[in-house]
Design a protein around this ligand. Structure first.
Ligand SMILES: Nc1ncnc2c1ncn2[C@@H]1O[C@H](COP(=O)(O)OP(=O)(O)OP(=O)(O)O)[C@@H](O)[C@H]1O
Ligand SMILES: [Mg+2]
Length: 271
């Protein structure tokens, strides 16, 4: 079984150390929830795994089945089976969505995908994601609504078939129906044995996709790992218990608000 392993990872952005020794291992077929207060390094971890050039790894390792991921370019990481659905997907003017998807699919194949096979899988993916097929003719993410951008990320996942998918707040900006569509798509992909590392501030998504483990990132480290009950605890209690129970002071210049779940928000407003 494939294994994605992050060991003692230190990452700096613009010379500032954000990740300070992250350890996290995930197996193919497993879904892990990654939670934590705002600004504590969750997106940074995902960017570092995928190879964003602004996120400089100063120490530690990332391996996929023992292979050194850090020595690979972003496209090589993608072809190795890593996929990132970004918190804020970029608009790419001048790049037609269908052309982009075909190029990305062909980059994974020895021979280019036949046109008929491409269009039938494209139509199927758009249909399953509830996105009008006409949008395949628009430039990538250009002028897309927040929810359309998020659904479009999962559409890419369906067509690129990664081994490990990193989803950064895929539920933000989605209406109730769209959360249903996206979580159903994730569940389908879970059945195919893909691994998921899923960042969300809301227990609602986790109730739908049922992660087996929850990792809590505080101050650029995984402060604690546990079962799904940990997401529920944070949803109702916020993060203050990290200090009282674990003795870890949450650095406040990072976390200005407690932001998981409706109840967590209520607690934060009371303070
Ligand atoms: N390009 C950058 N330049 C300067 N600081 C950055 C940059 N990218 C990230 N940071 C800082 O790194 C810290 C961690 O950011 P990150 O996006 O990883 O947080 P997060 O845990 O994903 O938060 P959220 O829950 O709000 O999405 C923040 O203080 C952020 O301002
Ligand atoms: Mg983030």
């Amino acid at each position: 079984m494939a294994e994605l392993r992050v060991e003692n990872l230190h990452v700096s952005v613009q010379g500032k150390e954000i990740l300070r020794g992250v350890n996290l291992t995930m197996n193919e077929g497993e879904t892990i929830a990654l939670v934590g207060p705002n600004g504590h390094g969750k997106s940074t971890l995902l960017f570092a795994i995928m190879g964003h050039p602004n996120y400089v790894v100063t120490e530690g390792s990332i391996t996929l089945d023992g292979k050194d991921v850090l020595s690979l370019s972003v496209d090589e990481r993608s072809r190795l089976g890593l996929f990132l659905a970004m918190q804020s997907p970029s608009e790419i003017p001048g790049v037609n969505s269908a052309d982009f998807l075909k190029a990305a699919m062909n980059a994974r194949r020895e021979k280019p995908i036949p046109l008929y096979a491409f269009f039938s899988s494209l139509q199927k993916a758009y249909r399953e994601m509830g996105i009008p097929f006409e949008m395949s003719n628009r430039n990538l993410n250009e002028g897309f609504s927040g929810g359309e951008k998020k659904k479009n990320e999962i559409l890419q996942l369906k067509l690129l078939e990664p081994r490990f998918a990193l989803l950064d707040e895929i539920d933000s900006g989605l209406d109730v129906d769209a959360i249903g569509v996206v979580s159903n798509a994730i569940k389908e992909e879970q059945k195919k044995g893909r691994g998921f590392l899923v960042i969300s501030h809301y227990a609602r998504l986790y109730d739908l996709i049922e992660p087996s483990r929850v990792a809590v990132m505080v101050n650029g480290r995984i402060a604690v790992e546990g079962g799904p009950e940990l997401a529920k605890k944070i949803d109702t209690q916020g993060y203050e218990w990290i200090k009282t129970e674990l003795g870890i002071e949450i650095e406040k210049e990072k976390a200005s608000v407690t932001s998981i779940g409706v109840c967590g928000v209520k607690e934060a407003i009371k303070k």
